[in-house]
Write a protein that binds this ligand. Structure first.
Ligand code: CS2
Length: 496
């Protein structure tokens, strides 16, 4: 059997005929961007746009230096280093077509927990113009109900007292900005790429709250000098599986230990507000707009919430993947009605987008049979996703007298599985959530008090006080606890 060839810079010429490879001279690329949180999504989205930009234009000052802050990031750092930071992007079309592309825009990787000073200095280097983030919704460390920064977080407490040895993203950013100010260098832009509404404003708010605790004068400088563009980011990127690694090996004789797979669709809508220059991402399809609000609301409330609806109801039912849910007519119909009846009425019109087409396209994307997007990924950290994705829609419908049943069933189902830890067939569900034990504790009290789950104020705020909501919710709780077969409850909502 022929030995497969390891992916690295030296071997790249052996692959240029089989797949798209960087055509720019990577040895000349400077890291103008430091990116914190090099997961699958960063690699299928921002790193892809930047790779295309470097292929198509002269943009060598906009390479990316990846940063991981925790020891858990060591493995990815080691793999990337071994591969000269190259990896393969496997784009899977619904008709079975696959496009493979080696991405070269990441040119370095550093681990914050090993050497915080080195990371701070790199951020403070004159070449660094942007620090971008995919640190997940939870990474912003705010209370979802009040929107306020959580100063009690142990990492945050540590960083306030130890400015030179930070552990959290806030500590690193503040320390680096302090050095830049001292050196008379312009501030870098802080560019959030997370699925949070007004992600830039959120990044700004939490960083300023932190900086005020540590050094009020520096906070004032940050407030004045640092730009935090809001952006809507989109590309469905499932977790890489051993089968993806095997596919490259078998089909292309390529040994890549950490490829990333994704759908063909991609979108990035960004507010054009940068402190110190930016790449011309618009040359490769990104859209710069004065106000991203309608785009992000539409995406978070339809796509991400749609995922959560399928993720939670589907997990209880025993489905495994998003495309599996969409292939089930009941789930597909439920999803579409949720979008039409509960989300569409609370959305503002979006320039250039016809909402019906957008929803059709979403359902088609979800149905891509080659993107096996696991429900376990969708349900990860639901406690930090649902307040913005779904509960915000319930709240707005309560205010306007709109329908809430479709979304409320999801909350009741979430309570049930947080309580029991199993699906409706008794199969254990692997719940991964920072608030797992609080969720479980609140949910198990449901037997005594049907509204117990809603007492988690950091998730639900004052929803437990809304009579219209609690009436619908407690009826659903009672019905699910009597009979957890979720399809029957979905049918009852759909067909009365
Ligand atoms: C998903 C997102 O994590 C989730 O809940 O909805 O990761 C989604 O796949 C991306 O936002 C797509 O752009």
């Amino acid at each position: 059997m022929k030995e497969s060839i390891a992916l690295n810079q030296k071997n790249l010429p052996l692959f240029t005929e089989k797949l798209d490879c960087p055509r720019y001279d990577r040895s000349q690329v400077k890291a103008g961007i430091i990116h914190i949180g090099v997961g699958g999504f960063h690699r299928s989205h921002q790193a892809y746009y930047t790779d295309r930009l470097m292929n198509e234009t002269d943009s060598s000052e906009w390479g990316i230096c990846g940063v991981g802050l925790r020891d858990a990031d060591r493995k990815i750092g080691d793999i990337l280093a071994k591969q000269d930071y190259l990896y393969t992007l496997i784009v899977k079309h619904p008709d079975g077509k696959i496009e493979n592309r080696v991405i070269g825009s990441i040119v370095d990787f550093m681990l914050g927990c090993d050497d915080p000073t080195a990371v701070i200095q790199r951020m403070a280097h004159a070449d660094t113009k942007i620090v971008s983030l995919t640190i997940t919704e939870g990474g912003y460390n705010f209370n979802a109900a009040t929107g306020e920064f959580d100063c009690k977080n142990p990492g945050v407490k540590h960083d306030i007292l130890n400015p030179d040895q930070p552990q959290t993203v806030f500590g690193f950013l503040t320390a680096a900005l302090k050095l830049r100010r001292a050196a008379g260098l312009p501030a870098f832009t802080i560019q959030s790429c997370d699925n949070i509404q007004h992600n830039g404003n959120m990044a700004r708010k939490v960083l300023l709250a932190f900086a005020h605790k540590q050094d009020a004068e520096l906070a004032t400088w940050i407030e004045r000098e640092v730009r935090f563009p809001n952006a809507m980011v989109d590309r469905i990127t499932p977790v890489t599986t051993p089968a993806d690694i095997q596919y490259l090996d078998t089909e292309l004789g390529l040994k890549d230990e950490w490829p990333v797979t994704c759908e063909p669709f991609i979108q990035w809508v960004i507010e054009d507000s940068f402190s110190n220059g930016r790449p011309a991402w618009e040359d490769v399809g990104a859209q710069f707009v004065p106000d991203v609000t309608p785009y992000e609301t539409m995406k978070i409330r339809l796509l991400n919430a749609g995922h959560s609806v399928l993720g939670i109801l589907g997990s209880l039912h025993g489905h495994q993947t998003i495309d599996g849910c969409v292939a089930d007519t009941l789930f597909a119909t439920y999803l579409r009605r949720f979008m039409d009846f509960e989300v569409t009425p609370v959305l503002e019109p979006v320039e250039g987008i016809h909402l019906d087409d957008y929803k059709d396209c979403l359902i088609e994307r979800f149905g891509n049979p080659n993107i096996k997007d696991n429900l376990a990924r969708i349900c990860l950290e639901s406690s930090s996703k649902l307040p913005k994705f779904l509960i915000a829609t319930i709240r707005e419908n309560l205010a306007s007298g709109g329908s809430i049943e479709y979304a409320t069933l999801v909350i009741a189902a979430w309570c049930y599985y947080s309580d029991k830890g199993i699906n409706e067939h008794g199969v254990p569900l692997d719940i991964v959530d920072e608030m797992k034990s609080e969720l479980h504790k609140a949910a198990t009290a449901t037997a005594r008090d049907p509204l117990a789950f809603l007492k988690l104020k950091s998730i639900f705020g004052e929803l437990a006080k809304d009579k219209t909501f609690t009436k619908t919710y407690s009826n659903m709780i009672q019905a699910i606890y009597e009979n957890p077969k979720i399809a029957q409850h979905m049918q009852a909502i759909l067909f009365g």
